[in-house]
Design a protein around this ligand. Structure first.
Ligand SMILES: Nc1ncnc2c1ncn2[C@@H]1O[C@H](COP(=O)(O)OP(=O)(O)OP(=O)(O)O)[C@@H](O)[C@H]1O
Ligand SMILES: [Mg+2]
Length: 176
């Protein structure tokens, strides 16, 4: 049987000062006349995992999409209030959304790799940005796939189609 008293012997956790990477201030989101998110005030801590739990249709995806301004792509969507990212209100019309999405990414439940090789998926954006040196590309591919815990599973098949990966592997590829 577990000795519950053991706990008392455990060291006290070191107290780390809490830092908020995101702060929602009275955030409401609408689709036309219909309100989907109501007056959310919430702080999201840096370097921590935060989960949103709620019934279907309660506004979780709507809320997440607003954090990198993906709702801008839905003509009827609009929001009120503020989302402060490291202190800056990212709902401000002067925000450069392309740069914002470089900082705040999103990985969807259903992964969507390009129907090309694993290597192509990994290097497409780098090549688009002008990187052509094979050694640099190869190194970044290995580094990113290692960070996403996928390298060992795909290092011998980088030129196979990304669609031949399992669902979970495709998710990790999209993270990488
Ligand atoms: N593009 C849209 N246009 C109009 N209404 C929408 C749109 N997207 C979502 N909604 C509505 O906004 C509300 C919140 O939807 P949302 O997709 O954010 O819910 P959710 O919490 O992510 O649900 P689930 O758990 O099913 O994914 C729902 O009533 C939904 O019908
Ligand atoms: Mg959802």
């Amino acid at each position: 049987m577990i000795n519950l008293m053991e706990k008392e012997k455990m060291e006290q956790p070191i107290s780390v000062p809490r830092q908020h990477v995101l702060e929602m201030r009275d955030l409401s989101i609408f689709y036309g006349e219909k309100q989907a998110v109501y007056h959310v005030n919430m702080d999201i801590e840096k370097n921590a995992v935060t989960a949103l739990i709620g019934p279907s249709g309660c506004g979780k995806s709507t809320f997440l999409r607003n954090i990198n301004r993906m709702n801008d792509l839905i003509p009827s969507a609009r929001s009120e209030g503020e989302i402060l990212y490291e202190g800056l209100n990212i709902l401000d019309s002067k925000i450069n959304v392309v740069n914002l999405r470089r900082e705040i990414g999103m990985v969807f439940q259903k992964p969507n790799p390009f129907p090309k090789s694993i290597y192509h998926n990994m290097t497409h954006a780098l090549k688009y940005a002008g990187e052509r040196r094979k050694a640099v590309l190869d190194e970044l591919v290995e580094e990113s796939l290692t960070k996403a815990a996928l390298w060992d599973e795909v290092k011998d098949r980088l030129h196979s189609s990304a669609l031949s990966l399992s669902g979970g592997q495709q998710q990790r590829l999209c993270i990488a």
